[in-house]
Design a protein around this ligand. Structure first.
Ligand code: ADP
Ligand code: MG
Length: 606
């Protein structure tokens, strides 16, 4: 009878290959797992060597604690780990690895060599594995530590090998992985070589700022601020470096987030960061941050995804709001009086572009070296940012010129106290601040003011509503529909009359007066999705602001409008009454600063 059973238990090597399907997607996934193991083994020197983007060879060498003969064999078995013993350990993890499946999976889909030595006797164990089968094992002379070589990834799975991309693309992903590990472990020295050429050389550093300087560039670091905020009652801490809003990117690739030392790309965390920068960035722009969230291990589950790239928080809304408010507080102008680069010790060697340049690799490590021009005050042909020549001044209000520091108290009447010089091109107010020349975009400034006062009137009197002649029918998915149902009252406050219409359908019957012509159905769908995804009240506040921004845009001073000095002064005084002064609600800078030295350089007086 037994023979007739259709169901079979899969053999071990097939199991490993299936597991590899989840853990090993491309060379970069191998690099990630091997680096995690080296870090868990306490190494402070790690070398990653690649050939052909890693598809031909990946070799990771570390000086960690190593493994003895027995462990070197054991580590290749599925579910073999030294990092957990009991189920409870899963909720008190201090290591990067714990699932015990990485090495077994990798060895099942490659030609694999491990060499490890746990003692100082100079004798190690070497094991060769091919497609999961041990081919050879012998003793070798070596120093304490581990070397793992992965050749011809997916040699035995041609279908998967076909999915590998061009060498440069795979290399880019590998370099990404090294970058992320290097950011979270400044005290470890990392070297990355490709086809024997050094790509990254990172020596052991004292702290995050030095590592960021070495990886992302000193220019970038000079526009970042270090933060550390602990909420003891909530048992949560956020520290790291955050970029000024003017330092922004067109993609989220420079948002580096770590939870308990582990690189994570989490939806909630990502959203909360964007929330922290709300109205300081233009749509479609992303900040540069390197942030470490520390939270009690039992309040976050990292075992929800094979590659551990995602987590689940026990209290998602609390984490979201903590990050968002922390950033909002830190991004207030007064917080920018001391850029972090000045804290760096002077004895650091100058930033060496060669050591991080990835040659012809089109990869994000390079991008920091090319600062994007963000509406420069003036363009100086033939010079770039790093040359020390004429620089487009992109300093926000809060940046401090060398000669002075802004006292927090002065900020309250900052704009009123400026010397008003005149209006330029019917669009910009020229003012003098000490030795600096300021250009203020009157439209952006007024938009900011309009937005703030609209917000105030909203909270006091509510928004005028207009019924639609034909209600608009909305069809949502189950979860969005539920989220929306919970927030119908909030929407009514915003001027939207949304009525449940059975199941996941809703009828939009009235909208805010000013938005009659807008695509309100879409706005509501977006709001619902947002509410569903964040699970926090922050979602709606977000949208509330978006709605108010649109309204503000309709009610303000345009560019190309003459202002007499009295009107200009009034505008400056109003600017002192709003919260964020550096940007308009769309994130365009409200003002630009031209320092005296820069003017002098323009006239060759320096
Ligand atoms: P995990 O990291 O989840 O425990 P792995 O398959 O990645 O599972 O590794 C299995 C075990 O092999 C680890 O628990 C560790 O004890 C050992 N190991 C792997 N790599 C190294 C290394 N570079 N140095 C020392 N020990 C290692
Ligand atoms: Mg591991």
């Amino acid at each position: 009878m037994e023979n007739s059973s259709r169901i079979k238990i899969l053999d071990e090597s097939l199991c490993n290959q299936i597991a590899a399907g989840e853990v090993v997607e491309r060379p970069a996934s191998v690099v990630k797992e091997l680096l995690e193991n080296s870090i868990d083994a306490g190494a402070d020197e790690i070398i990653v060597e690649l050939e052909s983007g890693g598809s031909k060879l990946i070799r990771v060498t570390d000086n960690g604690q190593g493994m003895n003969r027995q462990d070197a064999f054991l580590c290749l078995e599925r579910h073999s780990t030294s990092k957990i013993r009991r189920a409870e350990d899963l909720f008190a993890l201090t290591t990067l690895g714990f699932r015990g499946e990485a090495l077994a999976s990798i060895a099942s889909v490659s030609r694999f060599r491990i060499r490890s030595c746990a003692a100082d006797d100079g004798l190690g164990q070497e094991i060769l594995v091919e497609g999961g089968k041990v081919r050879k094992a012998e003793e070798v002379g070596m120093a304490r530590g581990t070397l793992i070589e992965v050749r011809n990834l997916f040699f035995n799975l041609p279908a998967r090998r076909k999915f590998l991309r061009r060498e440069q693309t795979e290399l880019g992903h590998c370099a990404d992985v090294v970058t992320k590990q290097a950011l979270s472990h400044p005290a470890i020295s990392f070297r990355l070589l490709h086809n024997s050429r050094p790509m990254l050389e990172l020596r052991c550093e004292k702290g995050l700022a030095e590592r960021v300087a070495a990886l992302l560039g000193r220019t970038m670091l000079s526009e970042m601020q270090s933060i550390e905020v602990i909420d003891e009652t909530a048992g949560i801490c956020l520290r790291g470096l955050i970029g000024q809003p003017t330092l922004n990117r067109s993609a989220s690739s420079h948002i580096y987030t770590f939870i308990n030392g582990r690189y994570i790309r989490d939806r909630v965390v990502q959203h909360s960061i964007m929330d922290g920068y709300r109205h300081l960035l233009m749509k479609g722009r992303f900040p540069v941050v390197v942030l470490f969230l520390e939270i009690a291990p039992d309040r976050v589950d990292v075992n929800v995804h094979p590659t551990k790239h995602e987590v689940r928080f026990r209290d998602q809304a609390m984490v979201h709001d903590f990050i968002a408010t922390t950033l909002q507080d830190q991004l207030k102008p007064a917080a920018w009086v001391k850029p972090v680069s000045r804290e760096l010790s002077a004895d650091l060697p100058p930033f060496n572009t060669e050591s991080v340049s990835l040659g012809s690799v089109n990869h994000q490590i390079q991008t920091p070296l090319i600062r994007e021009p963000i509406a420069p005050v003036y363009q100086s042909p033939g010079t770039d940012d790093s040359s020390g020549g004429l620089n487009p001044t992109i300093l926000p209000l809060s940046s401090v010129s060398e000669s002075e520091t802004i006292q927090a108290g002065d900020l309250e009447r900052y704009f009123s106290n400026l010397r008003y010089l005149g209006q330029y091109h019917s669009s910009y107010l020229l003012c003098q601040d000490g030795d600096d020349l300021l250009l203020i975009d009157q439209h952006a400034a007024h938009e900011r003011i309009g937005f703030e006062s609209l917000k105030e009137s909203f909270f006091k009197n509510g928004i005028e509503q207009q019924s639609l002649l034909f209600p608009e029918m909305l069809e949502l998915d189950f979860r969005s529909g539920q989220a929306l149902t919970e927030h119908l009252d909030d929407l009514a406050h915003l001027g939207f009359d949304v009525e449940p219409f059975g199941g996941k359908s809703f009828a939009l019957k009235a909208v805010p007066q000013l938005l009659v012509k807008g695509d309100n159905g879409r706005l509501i769908v977006d709001i619902a999705l947002d509410l569903e995804q964040t699970g926090s009240s922050g979602g709606l506040v977000d949208r509330l602001d978006d709605v108010l921004i649109m309204m503000a845009c309709h009610s303000v001073i345009r560019a190309n409008q003459n202002l007499d000095p009295r009107e200009a002064r009034a505008l400056l005084e109003q600017l002192d009454c709003v919260d964020f002064k550096a940007n308009c609600p769309h994130g365009r800078p409200v003002m630009q600063r031209l320092r005296l030295v820069e003017v002098e350089r323009m006239f060759r007086r320096q």
